[in-house]
Write a protein that binds this ligand. Sequence first.
Ligand SMILES: [Zn+2]
Length: 110
Amino acid sequence: MSVYYTRWCKEHHEWEMDIDNPSECPECERLGLTEVQQLKRRIDVMQQTLDDSLRELTNLKDVFAQLRKDRDTTLQQRNLSLAEVDKLKRRINILLGELHVTRTRKAFIR
Ligand SMILES: [Zn+2]
């Protein structure tokens, strides 16, 4: 034989709870208003927010990795250009040196 116990809900007032089968206000449960249901909903929302944040963080990491790669590539290209400029400068110096030697020789021969 079930024993009922009168409980009070601040939204739906009195209701009878089966002592052998404890539960929350049936009307609140029907409307999804019980504390457990609300906690579950809040946990869902928090989990969703956390997932979104993690996704955003992963995207940011990708963006930074790409930026770093671009920067490295740019630096590498600049270093290559600098090396080429150095090579050209050396060739110009050599040519200028040869020109000078030729002129000096010509002046010496005269
Ligand atoms: Zn209720």
